[in-house]
Structure formats: C-alpha cells, structure tokens
Design a protein around this ligand. Sequence first.
Ligand SMILES: Nc1ncnc2c1ncn2[C@@H]1O[C@H](COP(=O)(O)OP(=O)(O)OP(=O)(O)O)[C@@H](O)[C@H]1O
Ligand SMILES: Nc1ccn([C@@H]2O[C@H](COP(=O)(O)O)[C@@H](O)[C@H]2O)c(=O)n1
Length: 700
Amino acid sequence: MSKPLFLDIPPLLAANGTVHLPGSKSISNRVLLLAGLCSGSTTLHGVLDSDDTRVMLAALERIGCEVVRQGTTARITGIGGRLPVQAVQQEPIELFLGNAGTAMRPLTAALAMLQGRFLMTGVPRMYERPIGDLVDGLRQLGCDVEYAGTEGYPPLRIGPRALPTANANANANANAASTLFAQHSSLVRVRGDVSSQFLTALLMAAPLAGHTITFEIDGELISKPYIAITLNLLQRFGVTVQRDSDTGWKQFTVEAGAMYQSPGELHIEADASSASYFIALGAIASDPAQGHSITVQGVGADSIQGDIRFIEAAEAMGASVSSTPDSITIQRGQWPLRAIDLDCNHIPDAAMTLAVMALYADGTTTLRNIASWRVKETDRIAAMARELRKLGASVEEGDDYIRVTPPASAADWRHASIHTYDDHRMAMCLSLAAFNPASRSVRIEDPACVGKTFPHYFDAYFGVCQADPAHVPVLCVDGPSASGKGTLSTHLAKTLGYHLLDSGALYRIVGLAARRTGLLQDEGEPDAEAIARLAASLSIRFADGCVWLDGEDISDAIRTEQGGMDASTVSAMPAVRTALVQLQHSFRKAPGLIADGRDMGTVIFPDATLKVFLTASAEKRAQRRYNQLISKGFAARIDDLRADLQARDARDTSRAVAPLQPAQDALPLDNSDMDVKTSVQLVLDWWQDRQPFPAPEAHG
Ligand SMILES: Nc1ncnc2c1ncn2[C@@H]1O[C@H](COP(=O)(O)OP(=O)(O)OP(=O)(O)O)[C@@H](O)[C@H]1O
Ligand SMILES: Nc1ccn([C@@H]2O[C@H](COP(=O)(O)O)[C@@H](O)[C@H]2O)c(=O)n1
C-alpha cells in the first residue's frame, strides 16, 4: 500500500517520559561530505537515517566514496580531494538530492571545485529554492556551473573548474595546476542575507581550491549559528578558518594548503531542531503537579547547534528547563504560556515550534526576522499562517515576521486537517495542536514527510503522550476464522498509523502455554481457573512484527491449526476471557487502535468508532487458509481445513461468554468476492465518513 494520506491525532491530555532523538541533520550531512572529501576512512556514529542523509550518502557513493552503513554508524572512505578517474568523464553524473538543501548546496560547491561533470537534480520544490548567490560565488572561483532550468535555481549543470594550464581538465594535471594556483588568492563576495547555507557550502569546499580564498559577506549574515557549526566541524576535519577581527561574521579566510584530515571517528549529537518539539511538548503538557516531565536524550548544554538556544525562547514563554551536557528536561512552568516578541534569526528552524506554542499563550506572539522561512522546504510563513488559522488562531504575516493570536476561547478551536506542504517541520510542529482545550482532534496530512529528518517522530511523540482512552478511536474487525480479519486489520493499522491488537493471538498464546504446562491435554476436562491464572501471569510482548512469550519468539508456534483449536478451547472459558480484558484495554493508546477478534465490538470496545463484521463463505475461507498453508510449505487438505474452520466457528458462536456474533451497530462486510485492496478501501471510506475532517485528496 502507498504512503498514509493522513494521521488523525486524538485530543491529548499530558506528556511524560524520555525521548531518544535521532542525529542532527545539519551535522550529519556536513560530516558525511567532509568525510567523503578526506583521504582514508572516517567512522561516524549517530548518523541521522533520513531522506536528506540518504540522498547525501547515495551521492557520495556515486562520486567514488566507499560507504559502509550499520545502523546509525557509517564508515566513509573519502576521495582524498580528487575525483576518481571514472567520475571524470564527458557524460555528466546525475545526482538526485530530493529536497535536501543541506546536500544540494555543499555538494554543488565541492563538486564544482573538482574536475568532473555533474547534473544536480531534486524534487520540484528544490527548483523553487534560490541558489544563485552560491553559483555567483563559485563562478568567482572559476567554477563552471550552469542553470539547467530556471536562472537562479536548481537543477544545475557542473563542469570541470578552469585551472591555469592550457590543458587543465584532466585529473593528471590537477597537481601542477594546484601548485600554480596556490600562489594566487581570491576574494569572493557572498550574499549572507538569503541562506547561510551558501557560505557553509563555500567554506566546506574552499580547501579544494588549492589557494587562499577570502569570503566577504554582503549584507547581514543570517543564521550565524549554522556557520558556527560549519566552522566547528571544519576544525575537527583539520581546516582552520580565519575570521575578521571586527564582528567575526564579515570575512572568512581559508588559507592555501588547508587540507581535510579525517578525525578517524566522530560522534554526532542529536538534532537540536528536533528537540524543539519535545521541549515545547514539556512546556505545554508535562505538569509537575502530576510528577510529569519530558527528558530529551542526546543533545544538551554542550551542543554546538544554534537551535539549542530554542531553550531560551521556550523559557521566555514559561517552560521550566534543566540541562546536562547531553540531555534536556522540561516541565510546564507558567500556564498558559507567556506571549513573546522575539527576533528569531538565531533559531530559524526551531522558531517554527514557537509559532505553535503561541496557540497556548496568554496573548499575541510575534516572531521576527524570519524571512528565510520563505525559501525553505515550503514558504513556511505562508504555510504556518494558513494552518494556524484553520485551528482558529488569528494570524498576521509579513515578509519577515508572523504574529499569532490564539483562539479567543476553547469554543473557538476548530478541527483542522493540517496540510504539511511536504515539509517535515510543519507536520512535527502542528502535532502539538492536539493539546487544545476544546479536545479537538487534529489531522496531519502526509505524515510520512517527517522522514526528511525524523522518520520515527510520531512513534517518539505518542510514546510520551497520554490521552483519555475514551478519546482514542477504535476500529473493530470481528468475524469468523480465515475471513481475512488479520489481513484487513494490518492494512488499516498501517494506513491509519494506528496500533494493532490481534486478540486471537492472545488466546493462541494462552492455549500454547496451557498445552506446554500440561494444563491442556487431548483427554480430560481442563482446569479453567488454573489456565486463567496462567493467562494472567504470562509475559506477552508484541514487537518487531513478532510475538514474544517470556522472551521466546513464538510467532510461528501459535499459528498452527492445533494452535487455533487450542485457542478456541481456552477462549470459551469465562475466567480466561476475564483475565485478558485489562491487557486488551491497554492497547487503546493514541493515536488509535485497530482491534481484530471475535468480541472486539461486542465486549471489549463497545464504544468503538467503527465496528466491521467480516465474513466470507466457508468454501472461500477454507481455500484461503489452504493457500496460506501451502505457500508456507505446510501440507494441508482442503476438506480437513473446512471441517476445522466450521468446528471452530461453531464453538466460537455457541459459547456462553462473548460468543462470535456481530455487534448491533456493526457494518457487515462479506469479502467472499472482494480482493484485499477493495475491502481495505471500503472500510477506510466508512472510517472517513465518521471523521470530522473532509475526505483527503491523494498526494504524489
Ligand atoms: N479479501 C480477501 N481476498 C482474498 N484473500 C484474502 C482476503 N482477505 C484475506 N485473504 C487471505 O486469506 C488468508 C487468511 O486471512 P487472515 O489470516 O487475515 O484471516 P483471519 O480472519 O485473521 O484468520 P484467523 O481468524 O484464523 O486469524 C490470508 O492468506 C489472506 O491473505
Ligand atoms: N477476540 C477473540 C479473538 C479470538 N478468539 C478465539 O481465539 C481463536 C484464535 O483466533 P484467531 O483470530 O487467531 O484465529 C478463535 O478461534 C477464537 O476462538 C476469541 O475468542 N476472541
């Protein structure tokens, strides 16, 4: 199935717990490139695994670096400042960089300094993000960079840099050319007021020039903390950048002879911009009176990232924050939050989070000096204004500011389907709106866009958020054996981003455990109370797509036909059913639950939002089970399977407690002649009909 179209977040109440953040995107992509330009190998720990780092790694491999990845560790063997022979060719190598500004800009600068031909491409939004100032800077250094589409924007065509020899475009001549070049020095003027990534890109590429380069900044340099990260990381790779003695932000010099030197190993700290969502979460929803707090691990007081200063802004709004060198703990301080008026130039990315915190403030919040928002993944000022208005806020926007006034009262909050503009930060920021005092649910469209920097954001978020179970939506799928409940439920859970309860698995586990302990035998009457006590004592875990009993993976052991019959036997015991009720209720957690079984809609979740009673003819079900077993290499006879199914159905339907029957308000679905895709879509349509949001449009 394709990417989920939306994620519906139910009203949330509180937040408490610890979050382990992924590595910083800014640091990951910088050090990946620096490692790729070095000689020898560099082992990087804590590398962010996301869309933006994936395109960088793929590009490095294409230009000749060796990349070995294991989890969050990457070992990069670099090109030693020179393209391998196979990369120096007539036909350009296309490097697709998605919407990753942290890959497009520095890679363009580095490759333009070398002797190859490249076509730098990306997604359509990348072609709307200006790059002209970087290209101008590179051309001042003799680089051959052309626009392959619109003037001033990617895609870009890169050719070999002009070297001061008659026949300069072969690698073999590069040494001689560099010697000549080393006697030169260049002065390059760079605009500093559109994106600091241009200067970052030029500084990172400067050692490749082979001569001294001084960069002079035109206009006020924005996002200085990102330049500070660049300077810090260049230093760790052996490159010292001299700065002017006036402000330190007007002139930067990289001397001839500067060379990248691998630090051998380097640990990447967690992403401070990603921390901002959890800092805000703590400020909004971690009430110290209830003993709640949010702790963010992996980034703290020692961070080199500018967005760490988001803490100061959050404190100004009322958050109570304490830090260690590599962690931050946040609780609610002042409530409601305090409205602020802040110049956000120093925290351009994290400042978006303040715009959503402003929804919970005691007045109007103004965020200034944020013009760079307009040239990010989307026009973030316009996007933020539009989406906050949907929630009921009053928003004023200017070229470089946004002013947010929260909804006047709880009644003024509205259910909103938040469009995310393929911008990860829109999705993550706006998820915080689910703490609204009106208990309105919030829909986040295209939630997978968080993959740009934080692929497991929503798991981390819901892992520390609490909701009133009564507000957590449940979709029940009940029906007889082999009707396709598990298949349908799995697809629904994936599409809706919900948890999954396979209640049949619980009875199968109890059946297996009862048989193993001798409480269930082919002959004689089993002791139901003893089996119920056993059921209550089991340590059951669903993780990594497997079912675990006391640390043993029993996924296959419970799936046999004998397992189904044993489950059916123990499930007819009232005491066993009672023993499993609380465990089943504990699955009802934000953002929602798909519950698969026999009595989900009748007994366990009678208040479910939607109940589906799934059936298919006995012939079809037997045939499906037969196909299922044969495909797994098990011997099976279709007549025996049909008889087993019918025996199981008869026992499930006729038992005294929680018999298999449709809930009164269940919608029947006979999928005898329906494929999986059609039945999934039908149920999703029923689900959508019960939501307060308009039907979503498919996105690309
Ligand atoms: N609509 C459908 N059309 C065709 N095959 C289907 C359909 N739904 C499910 N199947 C297939 O039928 C088999 C049984 O489905 P599944 O295991 O989901 O049923 P179930 O109701 O969960 O069974 P049980 O109650 O025994 O756990 C699977 O191989 C599945 O791929
Ligand atoms: N809510 C439920 C779910 C299952 N059972 C019993 O468990 C048996 C196995 O279930 P599967 O869905 O995994 O096949 C089933 O035959 C039922 O007897 C139940 O009682 N209530």
